[in-house]
Design a protein around this ligand. Structure first.
Ligand code: 5AD
Ligand code: SF4
Length: 344
């Protein structure tokens, strides 16, 4: 346990530092990463299987109100094949299945997809499918899904309500609570640099991770999309996202912290910077090429043009260039011991 005041103080000072002090924060976070989770960096994959979404979050390019976006859905067989290839040909051991909130995929369909993938592949499946009821998440857990990637998006309830019409932070947090009770590993976090977001909000975001017992912290900069109500607003900066990552590492030494695609989108070199500022995982886009450019939650998404093999190779090469080992599993502190990491 840590004292709330001390936590608040150290967080505030981390997020406010600039220049050489920020560089020092990044070095400290890198040291903490090395001491607490070692020199193994995990490379996970993500399959974005549908860009249909019933919600209209005002920051998101695939929201229901974007009428100009071509929509796609992968069939269950396509999703299973993509996972099969990633695991059995490329060596992935943790894959996120992500979509907009798409009711086309019934609970039975999702159950079938997860079961089939688990039959064919030895891997940890993370679901990133948004709001579904308890019953659905319970059945998907039984079908073999082990984690959820479900961001709280912002810990500021008023901002949340404004950005996600018809929903509330409280409900989001209640869902996270029962997801934990269902024994999902929780990956959660927020966007950095949302219009109206304050330093205090960002501090609140980092503090919230602890209360949610998150195992993975995912923070990315907000990037304005031209076809959304937030077009024209300033986006989050890479610098601030890096500070949030570093502060998170300092406060939660054992946390898995991936470099998010949004941060990579603000400049390819941010991958390396984040890995040297506390991050210890990469997420490679495994969505089939023909759909890639339409999963446009924000414009010019990093990796939209890289083929799956090339993208995997470049992630592995980067990890090795930093003198670290590649692992594709959940790591040495795994709650899923059968998933011994692959180190190539
Ligand atoms: N900029 C950055 N991140 C975004 N997301 C959605 N829209 C944007 C945007 N414009 C993030 C949300 C969501 C995840 C799938 O993508 O945090 O949870
Ligand atoms: Fe849909 Fe998620 Fe985008 Fe909101 S953030 S519109 S729920 S995909």
């Amino acid at each position: 346990m840590f004292c709330e005041d001390a936590l608040g103080m150290s967080l505030a000072s981390s997020l406010l530092v600039e220049g050489e002090e920020a560089e020092q924060l990044f070095r400290n976070a890198d040291k903490s990463r090395k001491e607490n989770v070692g020199d193994t960096t995990c490379v996970h994959g993500i399959i974005e299987f549908s860009n249909h979404c019933a919600k209209n979050c005002s920051y998101c390019g695939i929201s229901s109100s974007n009428c100009t976006l071509p929509r796609y859905r992968m069939s269950p067989a396509e999703i299973v094949d993509a996972a099969d290839y990633a695991v059995n040909k490329l060596g992935y051991k943790m894959i996120v299945l992500q979509s907009g909130e798409d009711p086309h995929y019934t609970t039975e369909m999702l159950e079938g997809i997860v079961k089939k993938i688990k039959e064919k592949c030895k891997l940890l499946v993370f679901l990133s499918i948004g709001d579904r009821d308890y019953e659905t998440y319970s059945r998907l857990r039984k079908a073999g899904a082990g984690g959820v990637l479900y961001r709280f998006e912002t810990s500021n309830g008023l901002l949340f309500k404004k950005l996600r019409p018809g929903t509330s932070l409280q409900t989001r947090l209640t869902h996270l609570k029962w997801m934990r009770e269902l024994e999902y590993m929780i990956a959660t976090g927020s966007m950095v640099g949302l219009p109206g977001q304050t330093f205090e909000d960002l501090m609140g975001d980092i503090k919230l991770l602890g209360r949610l017992e998150a195992k993975m912290a995912t923070f990315g900069p907000f990037i304005p999309h031209p076809a959304t109500p937030l077009a024209g607003n300033a986006g989050g900066t890479a610098e601030m996202a890096l500070k949030v990552i570093a502060a998170t590492r300092m406060i939660y030494p054992k946390m898995r912290i991936p470099v998010t695609t949004a941060l990579e989108t603000l400049g390819g070199e941010n991958r390396k910077k984040a890995l040297k500022a506390g991050a210890n995982a990469l997420m490679v886009n495994l969505t089939p090429m023909k759909h890639r450019e339409n999963y446009q939650i924000y414009p010019n998404k990093f990796g939209s043009k890289d083929d799956v093999v090339a993208a995997s190779d470049s992630a592995i090469a980067l990890v090795r260039s930093l003198g670290r080992r590649v692992c594709r599993g959940w790591g040495p502190w795994s709650a899923a011991p059968e998933l011994a990491p692959i180190c190539r």
